[in-house]
Ligand binder design. Sequence first.
Ligand code: AP5
Length: 196
Amino acid sequence: MLIVILFGPPGSGKGTQADYIAKRYDLQHVSTGDMLRAEADRGTALGNEVAPIMAAGNLVPDDLIVRVIESRLGDVGGHRGILLDGFPRTVAQAAALDAMLERVGEHVDLLICLDVPEDKLTERLLGRAREEGRADDNLETIQNRLDVYQRDTAPVLDHYRANSYTAIEVIDGDAPILDVSGRIRDAVDRHYRDAA
Ligand code: AP5
């Protein structure tokens, strides 16, 4: 099974690039943000619990998100592997993921990190706020999400740098969408020439 993490700060283009990557490499796209938003929209118990946390731009508790992911890892829907978008987001989540995978003889093969300057991230998220009105796309919450990323999520990169199984590709994501897709494709193909 091919296990790929799509990593990067809020607004770096994870969701935008995920469909392209998932399709090209036959991966099941799993977005924890999308899953949690769907729960909140449906008004489930889980959704009601996480909605205020997400609206404030904070992370939902590790144990909750690990349970959500665990139920998805066992079912890749006939695909060749899985593309994790928005998970893991803390070192504790990464350690839990590694342990889950180790139990079934798997590991994270590749981490793709989208690198975009902070002023561009804010600009993009404010642009999306005007178009889509997502609850966490306002200036105050965006700043908190960026701070949370630097404090809690960025260290996940070092966690995987220290893991000999996992290749890391840092992609300059500050370019038109199709150019970024091309850079990702070139990077992934370097690792999996037979994958496309
Ligand atoms: P999540 O949904 O994962 O949000 P995020 O990480 O903040 O990411 P975004 O969706 O904002 O950005 P993106 O990188 O996907 O960029 P996008 O492609 O959309 O998480 C939301 C919340 O859920 C969290 O804050 C937390 O509360 C909770 N949560 C989720 N996972 C969790 C976890 N594991 N643990 C704990 N809590 C968790 O692009 C953004 C905009 O930019 C779009 O308008 C797009 O059109 C535009 N754009 C994209 N690429 C380009 C480009 N190249 N040029 C110009 N514009 C571009």
